[in-house]
Design a binder for this molecule. Structure first.
Ligand code: PGA
Ligand code: ZN
Length: 346
């Protein structure tokens, strides 16, 4: 089951007991989660003919760790994938593919956590990743990677990375600032938006600065009215927070991480609310992941606008891209329902 590297104060899930106790969160270790599943959840659901929603309702009413509930909820979802024909033929999501990363995920000099490019085809992102790698090797710069597979050279700063991406031809850059974990001055971010082709900015302010978000959203859109301002730590896939923030115009896109709420239904609900308010959705993996790739099917089933699966590097990230390729291939093999996405165009 995937877990994050960072713990926002509003997160519903934490496998690290001590960390969570400190933050007063419901906390379960992996061992306790397994115990809860086997001894408490399993007897409640065995031999019942439930829908996903009914199952998740049971899971949401209990006092179980959300890593325990999501494991059960996702297992049910995976079973359904095998037995159902999914509506793959609709528009496929664009990809926010990771190139560089730092802070909790790598190089500690950085103020921005993730540097991604936005592409419509996996191949395009992989080619660009390779271009970055070739450049680093040619310059004899170390190509070790961070926790999501992005390059993380120790002596680079934010500006050097942005300059490099731009000089290598990046036209659409997406950043995850993760400001809850080390704030960055808003005027620095506004300058970055002026100087580089930034199309998306995630968590530009701390999750506790509701007013700051509102002001920033207004300011940044005067520079670039098309930019996506993305909430992750601020909304933690909670439908009420998504609704409130979108209505009060704090952001125009949200990250959806199923393990922040602990069931497939809760994450799907957050997507539904976001879409109903015209807010873009980005289904996302976590900092620490397994090779499980059901999140790809989840993103497609719920027609997420974007997906974030890290860099095309490290087995647990590549597993997601492989699943996506497989689905695109499967879809192309169904001539009655052609793919209408950017995957078909260049
Ligand atoms: P996390 O970070 O999963 O390690 O919390 C990823 C992100 O912030 O998007
Ligand atoms: Zn984030």
């Amino acid at each position: 089951m995937s877990i994050g590297n960072r713990w926002g104060n509003h997160q519903g899930f934490c496998p690290h007991r001590n960390l969570c106790r400190k933050r007063r969160k419901k906390a379960v270790s992996a061992e306790i989660a397994i115990e809860q599943i086997n001894q408490e959840i399993s007897p409640k659901i065995q031999n019942l003919n439930l829908t996903q929603k009914e199952l998740d309702q049971i899971l949401m009413t209990g006092e179980w760790g959300s890593n325990a509930t999501l494991a059960v909820s996702a297992a049910f979802f995976k079973q359904k994938i095998k037995s159902a024909t999914m509506p793959w033929s609709k528009k496929l999501p664009s990809l926010m593919m990771l190139m560089f990363e730092g802070k909790k995920h790598g190089n500690k000099n950085l103020k921005i956590q993730e540097f991604m490019i936005v592409v419509d085809q996996i191949e395009k992102g992989v080619e660009f990743y390779q271009r970055v790698k070739d450049y680093l090797e040619q310059e004899r710069i170390i190509t070790t990677v961070g926790s999501e597979g992005g390059f993380s050279p120790p002596n680079f700063d934010d500006e050097k990375i942005l300059d490099l991406l731009k000089s290598l031809g990046a036209k659409k850059i997406a950043l995850d600032v993760a400001a809850s974990h080390s704030e960055i001055n808003s005027s620095i971010l506004l300058n970055i938006v002026r100087r580089y082709p930034i199309v998306s900015l995630e968590d530009p302010l701390s999750e506790s600065d509701w007013q700051g978000w509102q002001d920033f959203y207004h300011q940044v859109r005067e520079i670039n009215p098309e930019i996506l301002i993305v909430a992750d730590d601020l909304t933690v896939t909670d439908k009420e927070k998504v609704k409130k923030g979108a209505e009060e115009k704090l952001f125009n896109a949200v990250i959806i991480k199923p393990n922040q709420q602990g069931t497939i239904t809760a994450a799907a609900e957050a997507i539904r609310i976001a879409k109903s308010l015209g807010t873009k959705t980005i289904v996302s993996h976590r900092g620490r992941e397994t090779n499980d790739a059901w999140i790809v099917d989840f993103a497609l089933k719920h027609q997420s606008d974007f997906v974030k699966f890290g860099a095309p590097c490290r087995g647990e990230r590549v597993a997601k891209y492989n699943r996506l390729s497989e689905i695109v291939g499967e879809d192309k093999a169904r001539p009655d329902k052609p793919v209408k996405s950017g995957f078909d165009s260049s």
